[in-house]
Design a protein around this ligand. Sequence first.
Ligand SMILES: [Zn+2]
Length: 298
Amino acid sequence: MNNNRPLKNPLFLIVITVLLLVIVILADSLGYIGKLQSAFIEDKQNTVRFLDVGQADCTLVENNGRFFLIDAGNNVDDGFKVEKKLRFYGVDTIEGVVLSHLHSDHIGGLLTVLENFSVKNIYLSDVCDREDPLYLEIISATDRKETKVVYLKKNDKIVMGTATFTVLWTPQSANENNASLVLGAECDELTFFFGGDISSTEERKMLDNNVISRFNILKASHHGSKNSGCDEFLDAVSPQYCVCFCGKDNDYSFPNEEFVNRIKKRGIVMYTTAENGDIVFNTKDKTVSLEKTKAAHQ
Ligand SMILES: [Zn+2]
């Protein structure tokens, strides 16, 4: 019987172990191990979900297990919908919530969110109306919860992993819709435009001030109303997709037919939360999926 086979030779095993150690140390010093680890983490989850929460806006951005919200849905029954959706998607702590403007279909669900989740930061336009009853309600709720309130101005940036949110425009207007904070989001390979409920009056002002560039996905401003998404604005943004938040059979007939025609004329693919449920973009693969079954969890 041969007792001297290479794998059982102690010297051979020592040499192999030392060689492996040298390779690991070299790879680590050259940064390969770190790169492998971060590639694994970055591939985990990069998703932007437009949540079907009735006649209201609520977008959930997930970046490597961290969560961010743009608007927080409506109150009463819809606030409950927001809570259920966030739980369904595994939300516990929310890094930040940007509130576009002080209307209940965008911030009404915030109180429910604050009650049920840990929210680190609330972001508002620095020119928001600080006497508005909804604003005062938010401030007193955040005081009780130790949530930081941060006021944003044009060009401010919020970074969460590979997602960057940039404030494009903070208009001041007696019309609250037109006072919406406008946000651009860059998430991995995709860019998103969030204009709250602005109308074409503000879109034209932004065009005049050269703050509009191309975005892959347009969140339809003001739920796809007739007075939003004018031709020159749509041409400048030139999105591949348009997502519209609206409730089924809503009282306003959103999205408006004229708006839809302007979208269709340009070959932009349009989804609505009423028809498609949750609309989910994977920002690494640049894919979109429609989570109609998940919408049934309301
Ligand atoms: Zn709205």
